[in-house]
Design a protein around this ligand. Structure first.
Ligand SMILES: [Zn+2]
Length: 142
């Protein structure tokens, strides 16, 4: 009998991949930042309780002409935090509480925070396999 064991992706990666799919982004996605050690998070002036510290967040580089669509899909997904950094060309997506910041378009400011029905709680318990996978995949995922 054969068994297939799969490493589950880090929750931030899962959220980013789902948003990318909904936004119609195909091909490679460039991840600017995924899991951060406390030292790295401090060096980049990350929030003290950043989801990046739990492998729960990714910053996805998005082309200028796609960033609005990507940000909108992330916000509509309503499954975690979304920070849109238009001038810096990336969108932060995480699996923490639903919230939004940055360059959120006016028409999306009023999206209900708890939209989307029952929220899937992602398991943030320490998983060395997914941490390792994220470390290896920190520059690009397919
Ligand atoms: Zn981030």
């Amino acid at each position: 009998m054969r068994r297939t064991i799969r490493a589950s992706p880090a929750p931030g990666m899962t959220a980013a991949a789902e948003v990318a799919q909904r936004a119609g982004l195909t091909g490679e996605i460039t991840i600017l930042s995924g899991y951060r050690t406390p030292e790295t998070n401090y060096a980049v002036h990350g929030a003290g309780d950043s989801q990046h510290l739990r492998a729960g967040a990714v910053d996805v580089m998005v082309a200028p002409d796609r960033i609005a669509a990507f940000g909108e899909q992330a916000l509509r997904l309503g499954r975690g935090g979304v920070g849109i950094y238009g001038s810096r060309g990336f969108v932060h997506v995480d699996s923490g509480p639903v919230r939004r910041w940055g360059d959120v378009p006016a028409e999306l400011q009023s999206l209900p925070i708890a939209a989307g029905g029952p929220r899937r709680r992602l398991d943030l318990t320490f998983d060395p396999v997914s941490r390792l996978a994220e470390a290896w995949a920190k520059t690009r995922i397919r």
